[in-house]
Design a protein around this ligand. Structure first.
Ligand SMILES: [Zn+2]
Length: 407
């Protein structure tokens, strides 16, 4: 069935505009033609209309359209919250002090391990409904709160089951999150990574590389095992100090290197040379209220492709709003609004190795967001309250869920 969307004041396409070197192209007075959920034509309204015999027409009221957002880094499957930690941190307590009193990441692990599959699924679905409301149409979710093999694999199964409860596309990653003991690397490779790949529970493997967590040598070992299983590699690096994690990600040919708060110029250059996507997570800097903001500007200036993701999780970024992260990328990380839009759409898709979305090109999925504004830049102009009117997935308007019932 042919569907014609007219009355688009500005259609924003994350193509490189060679004329002005902008990472986006804006077509005014535009239309989109969709068949079976895919874009078959886009451009000026009159031109597209001439190709749309017998199409069902939806008038969008002279509003801007941008691609559906692609959140390439989340930890959206978890149970409960860490509001107590948040409150303690605001009173000046350190992570160590909070963890010593039973908070921190291990409290999320305990809650997940003790919850039923149904409870994990129900609470996680609320998070996804909030993502959708904020314009996210594709999202990656990591394991990492189960830690023990049975719980890690169960967390991945929940992600799989969530696919039949949401119109969003979900990608899953098996994450080496916390090192319990030196032998944990073997346990992770043999009893978590391998079965996850065998049962097709994950498409990616990720490792949290930091002082006191997984070392470069651990990451190299896990990367080899992931490669042998056919999983693509992503890495959490340089969040708390410059651990030369960007260079490690480049050397291991990772698909993306995420965080990068402390990455220096040499690390950025290594990522650019390797073609590893640099993913920044400004929500963490906002939520934790400390540490440097990742420099999207420096990364782009040395040639990196910069994606932006939420890192949505209960402890360090309880922020499901990718447009807000785009606004922070512009106000705190040095990106232009065009680069920020690229980062939450095409950049996210590239960080997930997806080539059928993020741009609204011919042949791509018709996942798009209709703004309640004629000027697309308004997407970032009211941080935390982006004017999102309607979300379309494969050309169909998806129900806008009410604000999540309870966090
Ligand atoms: Zn993360």
């Amino acid at each position: 069935m042919l569907e014609l969307f007219t009355g688009i004041s500005e259609l924003v396409l994350p193509f490189k505009n060679e004329d002005n070197n902008s990472p986006v192209e804006v077509i005014r007075d535009a239309a989109l033609l969709v068949e079976n959920g895919k874009i078959i034509a886009f451009g000026r309204g009159d031109e597209v209309k001439s190709k749309a015999n017998n199409a069902k027409e939806t008038k969008l009221g002279q509003r801007a359209v941008v691609p559906g957002f692609v959140d390439s880094h989340t930890h959206a499957v978890f149970v409960g919250d860490r509001c107590d930690d948040f409150s303690k941190r605001a009173r000046g307590e350190t992570y160590g002090e909070i963890a010593a009193k039973g908070g921190g990441i291990l409290s999320s692990v305990k809650l997940l391990q003790n919850a039923t599959h149904a409870t994990i699924q129900k609470q996680s679905l609320q998070h996804l409904e909030t993502f959708l409301k904020h314009g996210t149409t594709t999202c990656e979710i990591k394991s990492g709160y189960g830690l023990l093999p049975e719980h890690e694999l169960r967390q991945l199964k929940v992600i799989g089951d969530l696919r039949s409860h949401t119109p969003m596309s979900l990608l899953s990653t098996v994450l080496a999150h916390v090192i319990l003991e030196p032998e944990y690397v073997e346990v992770f490779c043999e009893h978590i990574l391998k079965p996850a790949a065998e049962h097709k529970l994950a498409q990616f493997c990720d490792v949290f590389v930091e002082e006191g967590s997984f070392t470069h040598a651990h990451a190299e070992k896990i990367a080899l095992a992931a490669k042998a299983c056919g999983l693509k590699l992503k890495l959490h690096v340089d969040q708390l100090h410059d651990g030369r994690g960007a260079e490690l990600a480049a050397r291991l040919n990772a698909l993306s290197a995420d965080h990068l708060e402390y990455t220096l110029e040499a690390g950025g250059r290594a990522l650019a040379k390797a073609g590893t996507i640099a993913t920044i997570l400004p929500g963490c800097s906002l939520f934790l209220g400390k540490g440097p903001w990742p420099s999207g500007r420096k990364l782009r200036d040395v040639g990196c492709e910069v994606a932006i993701a939420t890192d949505f999780n209960p402890g360090s970024s309880h922020i499901p709003d990718l447009a807000l992260c785009g606004a922070m990328a512009a106000t705190r990380c040095g990106l232009t609004l065009e680069e920020a839009l690229w980062g939450i759409t095409r950049g996210g898709a590239k960080a997930l190795d997806l080539h059928d979305r993020g741009c609204l090109r011919i042949g791509e999925r018709a996942d798009f967001v209709l703004l309640n504004a004629s000027d697309w830049r308004k997407l970032f102009y009211t941080p935390g309250s982006a004017p999102i009117r309607q979300v379309f997935i494969e050309g169909k308007s998806v129900n806008m869920a009410p604000a999540a019932a309870s966090y």
